[in-house]
Design a protein around this ligand. Structure first.
Ligand SMILES: Nc1nc2c(c(=O)[nH]1)N[C@H]1C(S)=C(S)[C@@H](COP(=O)(O)OP(=O)(O)OC[C@H]3O[C@@H](n4cnc5c(=O)[nH]c(N)nc54)[C@H](O)[C@@H]3O)O[C@H]1N2
Ligand SMILES: Nc1nc2c(c(=O)[nH]1)N[C@H]1C(S)=C(S)[C@@H](COP(=O)(O)OP(=O)(O)OC[C@H]3O[C@@H](n4cnc5c(=O)[nH]c(N)nc54)[C@H](O)[C@@H]3O)O[C@H]1N2
Ligand code: SF4
Ligand SMILES: [Mo]
Length: 782
């Protein structure tokens, strides 16, 4: 590695911050924000420096390991690939293709190589038993996008840099740095919003870091957002505030939406939500009467019992008030690699409910079943039972509800392989672990998060360190396994054409594909000089050919499309390499007419599957309020990243962050004292955590962050184990799902909390290795 400053994108969360990494004597000397990055403009969060910790972590696996009776043993790549391919192949031959389960975790989305290799890999596995973090996350957004706009990844993104009113419901961008809204430096952008006279409103059961910066804040009872949003829709209709503006000509079934919202007056939902009727009415009026406003919902509203309805209604509210496709409202992005248009062209707009899971009959979404039914599919005997399992960049034991049950399920498998570089709560169950290169050893292009960014940008980062020949990137691992599986299935010999195809794919790699997609995309080849000839031809293609003709799709996609005439051109990998801080492609622009993918070209405001679930919402409205029950919600901290960054000492040091937050009234009633352990229980699932008392919690609601619980035997993350915490997903039930989409209910499940009877000091009480674990009193201050 050459000394000097290397510019790249931090891949850890969705914010895509530009970092400047200074290397001296072959080692990282510093990591700073890159002021020249057009999106992040110098911002980074405390996690950026942990890129170094991750890179240098001696516990990060560099070579494949195999589990033996005496512990993990390093093996050569070829042996590892051979064993894995043979085991998976024999499982499939003996028990059928669905006997292999696959779980894809979150970091895949931050990895262009994995994204490109996943499809052939899944095809080679051939199983319908596929799962991912989606159903513990943004599934309701994807379903709403599919149902209303005709494409599962066409998300309306808040135009935060131009809006005057930002309504944030169930998201905490000050901690998470935004999600389904790539927004580095949320704080700076919010400051600018306020300087132009704008305001932010937050609705959340906790007065979060984001709420503390809001001009207006409302506590909401967990799981009741659908009632609030219904009442806002109701108010818009009853007070004559429905003015869809740019979307007017596209919408349909407005009347059905009005009827659905009819019973949900602000007065009817006030008690359920905990928000006064006048405030609800005022919220609807503010949204309607502020020309540049955006209503945004995230994790808190999607992973709850009415997550699907709530997300649908949030989309509707932006449309009814004319915010969709409006500057300062919510808009569709125009990314340089337009996966949305590409997907549509190849017939991949998304699908839902094409088949149902074996044990519980839950619907697939985009070919995946809900993660909460993974354990059912492994533990329940019968044809199609999962016997071998593959995880790629996932830690479902900590990230899926009822983690202990999944733990048990994974421990009983015939065979498991993990593509991962840590031996953690999930991968410790694997027979073989295949570790990919670390992030700084590979190139980076954000295919997904550019689709979600508040500004159109494009940036490519070269690998900073050479991983050497005895290493494999994720995409190489996935393609190698796919190739070998395919070969085994065909009796160890592929037809020459197919063999050559695999060889070429493995040689070309993802960067060439990125280059091709950039050049053929909307910002690609500059055709201005030959426009005179090309434009009429393109128009002809666009006007004459039938709607779904591939040539039409290709023309639409390319820089020739007249719709993209105004966009900057000349993007290619070469150009990006010349601009290592990234290229600015401009602010979000209205694009609705060209972005709708529904068959009839309309936005469906009242999809039937939501209307059906409104009956459940209605029943819930008249159900007697349960009293005395505590509802559990999650939270994120800026120094965490789901479950996998806790082996960085710099991120976990200081105050214990895995605590139970309790409102003072509840603490008093339950006799809980700050710093003492509480027992948090639901049925037979129970964890212990130290109590933190704060009036930032809504009375009747308690909060625990997810991604902790590193005290399980057999992991190899010493720092993480020394700051083990406990897993919220060891308390949450995997039986609670949003019945529309199948999303796990991670927020709003009832729990009981009491003083722990344990007399041991707080952290060691829940661990098996008490001596090694730092107690609250001894850790250094933040
Ligand atoms: N620092 C950090 N950043 C991250 C991550 C991380 O682990 N750490 N993870 C990344 C990932 S994978 C994602 S998906 C994003 C998520 O990004 P966000 O959605 O912003 O994530 P959270 O901080 O969990 O915010 C959810 C909010 O919903 C609130 N909430 C809970 N229940 C309800 C409810 O019923 N109604 C309402 N209205 N609110 C509710 C919670 O109190 C919380 O404030 O963050 C990403 N960024
Ligand atoms: N209760 C509760 N549960 C939640 C949430 C919540 O808010 N509350 N949030 C949910 C959300 S939004 C998400 S996205 C999920 C995340 O859930 P998962 O995706 O299952 O888990 P992560 O914690 O992101 O773990 C990522 C794994 O990938 C590995 N890894 C990291 N980088 C790479 C890489 O480049 N290549 C490979 N091959 N492996 C890599 C890490 O070592 C780790 O094992 O958790 C969900 N679970
Ligand atoms: S917010 Fe932090 S973790 Fe996320 S991309 Fe920026 S520096 Fe990386
Ligand atoms: Mo996520």
């Amino acid at each position: 590695m050459k000394n000097g400053t290397h510019y790249r994108t931090c891949h850890l969360c969705e914010a895509m911050c530009g970092v400047a990494i200074e290397v001296k004597a072959g080692k990282i000397a510093s990591i700073r924000g890159d002021n020249k990055d057009p999106l992040s403009r110098g911002h980074i969060c405390p996690k950026a420096v942990a890129l170094q910790d991750l890179h240098e972590d001696p516990e990060r696996l560099r070579k494949p390991v195999r589990k033996t009776p005496t512990g993990w043993q390093e093996i050569e790549w070829d042996e590892a690939f051979t064993t894995v391919a043979e085991k998976l192949h024999s499982t499939r031959s003996t028990h059928g293709r669905n006997s292999i389960g696959v779980y894809l975790g979150n970091p895949n989305v931050h990895n262009h190589g994995s994204l490109i290799a996943t499809m052939p890999f899944l095809r080679a596995i051939g199983s319908q038993n596929r799962f991912s973090a989606t159903s513990n996350d943004q599934l309701p957004h994807m379903l709403a996008s599919l149902e209303m706009f005709g494409h599962q990844v066409l998300f309306p993104i808040p135009d935060i840099d131009n809006t005057d009113l930002f309504i944030c419901i169930g998201g905490n961008p000050m901690a998470s740095n935004g999600s389904l809204m790539t927004v580095p430096d949320f704080r700076g952008r919010l400051k600018a919003l306020k300087q132009r006279g704008g305001k932010m409103i937050v609705v959340d059961p906790r007065r979060t870091e984001t709420a503390q910066l809001a001009e207006e804040f409302h506590f909401i009872r967990p799981g009741t957002d659908a009632f609030l949003l219904m009442a806002m829709v109701n108010t818009l209709f009853s007070d004559g505030l429905v003015h869809p503006g740019p979307a007017e000509q596209f919408i349909k079934d407005l009347g059905l939406l009005r009827l659905a919202a009819l019973p949900f007056t602000p007065e009817a939902v006030a008690e359920t939500t905990g928000i006064a009727a006048a405030s609800i009415r005022d919220l609807a009026h503010q949204l309607a009467n502020t020309p540049k406003a955006a209503l945004y919902t995230r994790m808190g509203t999607s992973t709850q019992t009415f997550g699907s309805i709530a997300t649908w209604l949030a989309y509707c509210l932006n449309i009814l008030t004319g915010k969709l496709d409006n500057v300062g409202g919510v808009m569709f992005t125009q990314p340089a690699i337009d996966l949305i248009a590409l997907g549509a062209m190849s017939g991949q707009r998304g699908h839902f409910g094409k088949r149902h899971s074996r044990v519980k009959g839950l619907p697939e979404f985009a070919g995946e079943y809900p993660a909460s039914t993974m354990a059912d599919e492994i533990l329940t005997p019968g044809e199609g039972q999962i016997r071998a399992f593959v995880t790629v960049a996932g830690n479902p034991v900590l990230s899926s509800p009822n983690g202990r049950r999944l733990d048990e399920a994974l421990s009983g498998l015939d065979f498991m392989v993990s593509v991962d570089y840590y031996i953690n709560e999930t991968t410790r169950h694997a027979d073989i672990i295949l570790p990919p290169t670390a992030a700084l050893e590979r190139s980076h292009y954000d295919i997904v998060f550019n689709m979600l960014a508040v500004r159109n940008v494009s940036k490519y980062s070269e690998a900073l360190f050479d991983a050497g020949t005895d290493s494999r990137h994720d995409w190489q691992i996935l393609l190698e396994l796919a190739h070998r599986l395919e070969k085994l299935r065909k009796g160890n010999k592929l037809p020459l054409r197919s063999e050559l195809g695999w060889q070429a794919f493995k040689r070309v790699g993802p960067d060439s594909l990125v280059d091709l997609l950039l050049r053929t995309g909307p910002y690609g080849v500059d055709t201005s000089r030959v426009r005179g000839v090309l434009e009429p031809t393109t128009s002809l293609i666009l006007n004459l050919l039938p709607k779904h003709h591939p040539l039409k799709g290709l023309a639409k996609l390319s820089s020739l499309n007249p719709q993209w005439k105004e966009l900057p051109k000349g993007l290619s990998l070469k150009r990006l390499k010349e601009n290592p801080s990234g290229v600015d492609l401009g602010a979000l622009r209205p694009a609705l007419a060209n972005r709708l993918f529904t068959r009839d070209g309309k936005i469906n405001l009242a999809p039937r599957r939501y209307l059906k679930d409104v009956e459940r919402l209605h029943r819930q409205l008249s159900a007697p309020a349960s009293t005395g029950e505590l509802l559990l919600i999650g939270r994120r901290h800026v120094r965490t990243n789901n479950s996998w960054m806790h082996n960085s000492h710099r991120l976990v040091k200081g105050k214990d962050r895995c605590t139970l937050l309790v409102n003072p009234d509840d603490a008093n009633r339950l006799g809980l004292q700050a710093g003492c352990d509480a027992e948090i229980r639901a049925e037979n699932r129970c964890i212990l955590l130290p109590v933190e008392i704060t009036s930032d919690m809504m009375p009747g609601v308690v909060s625990i962050p997810h991604g902790w619980g590193h005290d399980r035997d057999g992991t190899q993350q010493t720092t993480a184990s020394a700051h083990a915490g406990a897993s919220i997903n060891d308390v949450l039930s995997d039986q609670h799902i949003d019945p529309v989409a199948g999303t796990s209910v991670l927020n709003g499940q009832p729990v009981t909390v009491k003083v722990s009877q344990s007399i041991q000091p707080s952290t060691s009480a829940r661990t098996t290795q008490g001596e090694q674990h730092a107690s609250m009193a001894t850790v250094e201050p933040d």
